[in-house]
Design a protein around this ligand. Structure first.
Ligand code: TA6
Length: 278
């Protein structure tokens, strides 16, 4: 591994999960190199953790990590016979570059191996993580082959809340497709609150969404997306998930910056998907 600047140290959560711990003037962040999954973001100006990490997180590789910002690529959601949300979330990633300045620390990661069952394209992928007062995450897909390919992708972020019953989501509008109602197309509610299992693909790709809970807010800014996905499994599903448990759904709200409608890249073309958390 290349030499890391002073604001980055290495850590380890299990045999499999090696981490990079960033601690600079603005924030602390923890990133698992397995999946390039950012698991913690705590800005120093308010000391409030923004990302959910399950107490029952599985660290032995038998499933993906229930923490922070899973990277979904090259498909979104379940595909019969394949890893849900694609395979790069269960791959080892390497550090391509790591730099720091007064304003931020920046790390660029890429998967050690890009080839996977279910995807025939030739692609390069990089995740740029910029840790400052806010956390900026950009996933760049480049078609490095000769033929066009289509893909979907998401920054599938599990946000930490105190109690999802007290949360209001602001900024979404237009129609959404509801997985819990056989993909019915429905109008975004106003106010947007949580009282049941919620699994929605909002097809109006708004730029700013705010998670509001009392005086606390989390800002979610998106770019390069065609959808914003909102998910909470609610009590029964949460209880049945081996890495969640009966109470965990109360502390988690998933708001995703996503491409769910298929994006085609011609040879040499690139696409960037960005989520900025504040
Ligand atoms: O992104 C929403 C979703 O597709 C939901 O339907 C739900 O199944 C969820 O993802 C779970 O994915 P995860 O990998 O977080 O268990």
């Amino acid at each position: 591994m290349l030499e890391l600047p002073a604001s980055i140290t290495k850590g380890r959560l299990s045999d499999l999960v090696e981490t990079l711990e960033i601690d600079n003037a603005h924030a602390t962040v923890s990133i698992s190199l397995w999946g390039a999954q950012i698991m913690s973001f705590k800005p120093k100006h308010d000391g409030r953790e923004r990302l959910f990490k399950s107490n029952k997180i599985v660290l032995d590789g038998s499933k993906s990590l229930r923490a922070g910002v899973p990277v979904c690529w090259p498909w979104f959601a379940q595909r019969e016979g394949y890893q849900k949300h694609g395979y790069v979330r269960i791959r080892n990633w390497q550090v391509l570059s790591a730099t720091e300045s007064d304003d931020y620390t920046e790390i660029v990661l890429s998967p050690l191996d890009m080839v996977g069952k279910g995807f025939d394209g030739t692609a390069e992928l990089s995740l740029t993580v910029r840790v400052g007062r806010s956390l900026s995450i950009t996933l760049t897909t480049t078609n490095s082959g000769k033929d066009a390919f289509e893909f979907n992708t998401a920054l599938h972020t599990y946000f930490l809340v105190d109690d999802v019953n007290d949360v209001e989501l602001k900024g979404l509008s237009g129609k959404y497709s509801d997985k819990t109602r056989n993909w019915a197309m429905l109008e975004t509610p106003e106010p947007y609150r949580f009282t049941e299992e919620t699994d929605r693909i909002h097809l109006n790709p708004v730029k700013h969404v705010t998670i509001v809970e009392g005086d606390a807010q989390i800002g979610v800014e998106s770019a390069g997306h065609d959808s914003v996905v909102v998910w909470n499994p609610w009590a029964e599903n949460s209880a049945n998930m081996r890495d969640m448990g009966p109470e965990a759904y109360l502390r988690m709200l998933c708001v995703e910056t996503a491409v769910t409608q298929g994006k085609t890249l011609q040879a040499n073309e690139s696409h960037s998907l960005t989520q900025i958390i504040s």
